[in-house]
Design a protein around this ligand. Structure first.
Ligand code: LMR
Length: 335
């Protein structure tokens, strides 16, 4: 796979050089992602395409590849660094394998009560500081995009922490998520998003955590008997571009793309709640997955069971960063 990505990167570099010299052939931005087009990220990516092409008067052509059709989770970041693809929006949980652990702070259980609190972080100095970390890896962080809050699903009713014991759960490649499932006595298994449906169907894993939108558009509800409303964590994205490519764009084109990115981000923010609410309704309507609501006491028991995660990952994510995050959000691990 690496060879293929390298070959694609060389072709992309050649194309970029010749595009820069041929005034009338557009600069191509390949934008790859792993979710369905009909999701918060898919819609924001399509909106960026529409606006970037409009604002540059066609000087830029954006090719959007949804649903892991171009690259899967792990490959896409490698491909971006090598220049085989120019734009991505991986979730916060996926930067660990390329050596940036700090975004995993967003994965801490119950650290974000709502999207308003999230925005205090992403739109403030801490959000900007985190984006700067990407420079050293040959990427420029342009924005944060939303998906929403995660829910748990399995073929077994998940009500108390004890219900998770011994079950295998698919996770994204985040050590915080690994610690989260271990705190429940479950067995976490890192897996690409594109493989989750089949893994659930064949019983390779028993359950998973995700947003309603991702569950519905990947048809996970067809292979999971129960889903519990937990809102225990958040999935959001970091929009990243290849730094060399971005810095090399003519200034007017870069400015127009930055404007398109900003408007696509605002558009995404306004659609996200509806996307997840609609997806939940569709799952309910399908009658295939029973939706379980927890009482306040049951919620509290889940939160308490996951509290040790904050200590377990302090050395990986960095205690000062966790403290800064909690200060920004006005939370404490004991909230
Ligand atoms: C996942 O792997 O579960 C999610 O990060 C997929 C996505 O991009 O929303």
């Amino acid at each position: 796979m690496r060879k293929l990505i390298m070959a694609a990167a060389s072709i992309a570099a050649l194309a970029f050089t010749s595009q820069a010299s041929a005034a009338d052939s557009p600069i191509v931005i390949k934008s790859s992602h792993v979710v369905a087009a009909d999701t918060p990220k898919g819609k924001a990516a399509d909106k960026f395409k529409e606006l970037a092409e409009k604002y540059t008067d066609g000087k830029v052509k954006v090719e959007v590849y949804p649903n892991s059709t171009l690259y899967k989770d792990k490959e896409e970041l490698e491909a971006l660094q090598l220049g085989a693809v120019q734009m991505l929006a991986p979730s916060n949980s996926k930067f660990g394998p390329i050596g940036i652990r700090e975004f995993e702070v967003f994965d801490l259980p119950y650290i974000l009560p709502d999207l308003k609190t999230l925005r205090k972080v992403t739109d403030g100095p801490l959000g900007a500081k985190l984006l700067k970390l990407l420079d050293a890896k040959g990427m420029t962080g342009l924005a944060y995009w939303d998906n929403g809050f995660k829910q748990m699903s399995a073929n077994k009713k998940l009500i108390t922490p004890a219900d998770y014991k011994g079950l295998k759960f698919r996770i994204q490649s985040s050590k915080v998520l690994e610690a989260q499932f271990r705190s429940l006595g479950a067995i976490p298994q890192v897996m690409a998003f594109s493989d989750v449906y089949q893994a659930l169907q064949t019983g390779v894993v028993d359950g998973q955590e995700n947003t309603w939108s991702n569950m519905y558009t990947q048809k996970m509800h067809e292979v999971q008997k129960y889903a519990t409303v937990t809102n225990h964590g958040y999935i959001g994205y970091v929009v990243v571009v290849n730094k060399k490519f971005w810095d090399g764009l003519p200034a007017d084109v870069r400015d127009a793309c930055a404007k398109a990115k900003k408007e696509a981000t605002d558009y995404g923010k306004n659609t996200v709640d509806k996307e997840n609410d609609d997806a939940l309704e569709e799952i309910k309507k399908s009658g295939k997955t029973e939706i379980i609501a927890l009482s306040a006491d049951q919620n509290e028991a889940m939160r308490k069971a996951m509290l040790p995660v904050y200590k377990d990952v302090a050395s990986r994510v960095g205690q000062p960063l966790i403290d800064e995050f909690l200060k920004e959000t006005g939370r404490s691990p004991m909230h």
